[in-house]
Design a protein around this ligand. Structure first.
Ligand SMILES: Cc1ncc(COP(=O)(O)O)c(C=O)c1O
Length: 362
């Protein structure tokens, strides 16, 4: 079978190693995964009950318009239902953005790197020209982005907080990028870690930009809401953009269990509070242990921390794997001595530090 050159040269996305795979490979019983920024305490009992209840309905197609969930979310966010679109994870919405808005052969995509690699992977699968600028001090560089905008720039991805650095952008910088963009350049503000970031008093309110004609905000239920396995995320934008996205969206893209679980999770403030509390405690603990070990790290607004092991990160990754701890090496992002660890439960954080000390010999 022949495929186009740009398809041939694609590489599949490499996620964090699954726990069961490592257990099988090493024949060990206890493995912890701090590699994919998942919620370490899982979903609440209420959500699990909802999932069990929804199971009896799986012979039916889901509601393609997610009527009830949209109602709950629109009340929660105080935005109209016509400003919301759900996706099979925010990953799918990124793909829909390409499919809907980057349809000309000359269209260019712009962002700073290292950032979430799906912008690149999906862009490559649409054979788009990707313009990647370096981060500045581990953060998106607004001035450089503004200089790089041209009439072919179709999508600009701003990942706030940025995965893998955990840094944010200032409101004025984002606004300046929007103002410097023409009507046909869409600015995508990917807030996958919003629920964690908003705990910081200096985190800007980017939601108030959603009505602008060329802005989309992405959020997800995969992180703080603990539903990564069910695949559900959402976009908030002006109704014209949402309308176009609905035209290219597969009709039943969000399954019946995900819709039900997301609705319960949205109403479960207590579980979200607990999740945030565990993350804040974990961050403090990891910062203080890194400080004691003399390890440089980047202060995070999310549920992961980028740190510098001061040695080949792939070796650290492999050695940590052997001790049953899965984290992420950042060599593929050009950070040869950096790794990213997801903040876990206190017990997981302690095990991670104990094993890291052994591997780094400190
Ligand atoms: C910045 C960012 N955006 C989007 C996603 C994808 O989230 P989802 O599970 O909703 O597809 C992730 C997942 O890691 C992410 O880090």
């Amino acid at each position: 079978m022949q495929v186009a050159d740009f398809i041939f040269s694609l590489k599949p996305y490499e996620g964090g190693k699954p726990i069961d795979e490592l257990k099988r490979e090493l024949g060990i019983e206890h493995v912890i995964k701090l590699a994919s920024n998942e919620n370490p305490i899982g979903p609440s009992e209420k959500v699990i009950d909802t999932i069990k209840n929804a199971a009896k309905d799986v012979s039916l197609y889901p509601d393609g318009n997610a009527y009830y969930l949209k109602k709950v979310l629109s009340e929660k966010l105080n935005v109209d239902e016509s400003n919301i679109l759900f996706g099979n994870g925010s990953d799918e919405i990124i793909e829909l953005l390409y499919r809907t808005f980057a349809t000309n052969p000359n269209d260019e995509i712009l962002y700073c790197f290292p950032t979430f690699v799906e912008y690149k992977i999906i862009g490559a699968s649409f054979n788009k020209k990707i313009v990647e600028l370096p981060l500045k001090d581990y953060s998106y560089d607004a001035d450089a982005l503004i200089k790089a905008i041209n009439s072919n720039t179709r999508l600009i991805f701003l990942n706030i907080p940025n995965n893998p650095t955990g840094t944010i952008m200032r409101y004025d910088d984002v606004k300046n990028i929007i103002d410097a963009s023409g009507d046909n350049t869409l600015i995508v503000i990917d807030e996958a870690y919003y629920e964690y970031a908003k705990e910081s008093s200096d985190y800007p309110d980017f939601l108030k930009l959603y009505k602008l004609p060329n802005v989309v905000i992405l959020r997800t239920f995969s992180k703080a809401y603990a539903l990564a396995g069910l695949r559900i995320g959402y976009a908030i934008a002006n109704s014209e953009i949402i309308d176009y996205l609905n035209r290219t969206r597969p009709p039943f893209n969000v399954n019946i269990i995900a819709q039900a679980a997301a609705m319960t999770a949205l109403n479960d403030d207590e579980h979200l509070k607990e999740t945030i509390k565990i993350n804040e405690l974990g961050k403090k603990y990891l910062y203080s242990e890194f400080d004691k070990m003399g390890i440089k790290y980047i202060k995070t607004y999310a549920n992961f921390i980028l740190f510098d092991a001061s040695m080949d990160a792939d070796i650290v990754y492999q050695e940590m794997l052997k001790s049953g701890v899965i984290i992420r090496s950042m060599t593929g992002y050009g950070y040869k001595t950096f790794l990213r660890v997801t903040v876990g439960t206190m017990q997981e954080n302690r095990i991670f530090i104990e094993k890291l000390k052994k591997v780094l010999n400190v």
